[in-house]
Design a protein around this ligand. Structure first.
Ligand code: ADP
Ligand code: MG
Length: 467
């Protein structure tokens, strides 16, 4: 903006970070042909830096002087945005730094955030919006992971990072990682990856807990949270299953408060097969559908699980060795504090939480409307709605239904597809405890160490250039 004494407002200054590896490797070319001409035309001054390797941008962002820039623009996919956000949060001045306006010009294969801003023609429209410069707040999600020990490595101390897009376990993260080998196809790599994975469908054992949005953390004077709203959200999950004569796909619905359930919650008449007991699971209650108190439920409290303390080592047998030589920086736990969550090694509070245990095909936590530029996976999500949009699909779903689900997602009308195996809910925080010893987890589409994980939303922490 112009000072009264100035003749002209000074041009905006943008730092462009270009990842030449993203998508099919055309980011630099698109800069020359599409992006830079438009930015010059808009009288915006810029510096362009090509990233040289993974985490280059993250390290750079930790060091640079931020007041010199009116915005940082990612010319890549979602992976580079993830690096920049975490670079900002790793700075001593994170509170100020994370308010730096961020823009994205889609040149990657996973362009979810850009897809959420504008659908098509993606790159030119996003560039146009960037030049306009309007800024909106964006929620960030703090993610804490406790890597499991594996054959080649000791368990490591819990890690913390910030996420702007997604946490995925099972089908979605498998596709993301496995489709790296089809990178030459651009975003079609996800379609091919999806078809391949549907052909050999897997499921994973796990325990998913979440805090519905209506619940406010119990106040210090012990006032209970609004029960009515809490019950509704649990019932939603149940209702979906009661509308069908098929066996219920999940083996246990556990609620953390033993005396607060509506009559509707009494166990329906069918006998689920008890899950085979994984080595580190908690003792089972006799009825798999009987709500029970949140007994020290966690895997983390069982005798066979020890909270890791040694320094971090990756399992080199992780999928495709992608984690090899990959630094994984952890943020301190007081940047900013997760007030809704106990530490990951402690049980969840005795109320306010809903827990589902069983076999999952996928768990996907999303906080943007798009999972990919053409995948409208959380149609109700907004940049700053303060909500995590959680979708989970339980084992038992047919391949055909799963395929229909993904096709419907392209248009964003998959919420109307009713399947007893598919649930969509919103929450403020969740905890995911994979009970299968192997699998993949991604945060913003980037592979992270496998193990128990929890996350909480931090509303409007960052700022996004949306035009
Ligand atoms: P895409 O959507 O195509 O996957 P991303 O922005 O997600 O694009 O980037 C893919 C990966 O490339 C990310 O993990 C990022 O950290 C990494 N990366 C960044 N710069 C480079 C580089 N110069 N060479 C190789 N990988 C890089
Ligand atoms: Mg990516």
């Amino acid at each position: 903006t112009a000072n009264t004494g100035d003749l002209l407002p000074r041009p905006r200054r943008l730092l462009l970070l270009v990842n030449p590896f993203s998508g099919r490797g055309q980011a630099m070319q698109w800069c020359q042909t599409h992006i830079l001409p438009m930015i010059r035309e808009a009288n915006i001054s810029y510096n362009l830096i090509q990233t040289e390797r993974r985490n280059h941008a993250r390290e750079l962002i930790r060091e640079i002087s931020l007041p010199e820039w009116d915005g940082i623009v990612i010319v890549s996919g979602d992976g580079l945005m993830h690096e920049v956000i975490n670079g900002l949060m790793e700075r001593p001045d994170w509170e100020q730094a994370i308010k730096t306006p961020l823009g994205i010009l889609p040149c990657g294969s996973g362009n979810a955030l850009a897809g959420s801003i504008n659908h098509y023609p993606l790159l030119l429209n996003c560039c146009f919006l960037l030049c306009q410069g309007g800024i909106r707040p964006m929620d960030l999600v703090s993610v804490t992971i406790s890597p499991l020990p594996s054959k080649n490595s000791h368990a490591a101390a819990p890690r913390r990072l910030f996420s702007f897009l997604s946490v995925a376990w099972g089908f979605v993260s498998d596709v993301d990682i496995e489709s790296e080998r089809y990178r030459g196809l651009g975003s079609a790599r996800f379609t091919l990856g999806t078809l391949v994975r549907i052909a050999s469908l897997r499921s994973y054992k796990g325990r998913l807990s979440y805090m519905p949005p209506s619940v406010v953390a119990t106040s210090s004077n012990g006032t209970p949270p609004p029960r009515r709203l809490l019950s509704r959200s649990i019932t939603e999950v149940l209702d979906q299953n009661q509308n069908t004569s098929r066996p219920r796909p999940h083996s246990l619905l556990q609620h953390s408060s033993s005396n607060s359930l509506p009559p509707k919650m009494t166990p329906p008449s069918f006998s689920p097969t008890p899950p085979s007991s994984p080595s580190c699971s908690s003792p089972r209650s006799s009825s798999y559908l009987t709500p029970r108190p949140n007994t020290p439920n966690s895997t983390l409290n069982s005798p066979s699980f020890q909270m890791p303390s040694s320094s971090f080592n990756f399992d080199l047998n992780e999928p495709a060795g992608l984690l090899r030589n990959r630094p994984f920086v952890s943020l301190p736990f007081d940047v900013p504090r997760d007030d809704l969550l106990p530490p990951l090694d402690q049980p969840l509070p005795t109320r306010d939480w809903v827990t589902i245990e069983g076999d999952f095909v996928l768990v996907l936590a999303l906080y943007q409307s798009h999972l990919g530029a053409d995948l409208h996976a959380a149609p109700h999500a907004r940049f700053d709605d303060g909500l995590i949009h959680l979708t989970f699909v339980r084992a038992g779903i047919s391949r055909a239904t799963l395929l229909r689900l993904f096709f419907a997602m392209e248009k964003g009308n998959h919420h109307s597809l009713s399947s007893p195996y598919v649930s969509h809910i919103t929450c403020k925080a969740f905890r995911l405890q994979p009970l299968s010893p192997r699998g993949t987890l991604t945060v913003d589409g980037e592979l992270v160490p496998y193990g128990p994980l929890q996350a909480q939303i931090h509303p409007s922490m960052a700022r996004l250039v949306v035009g």
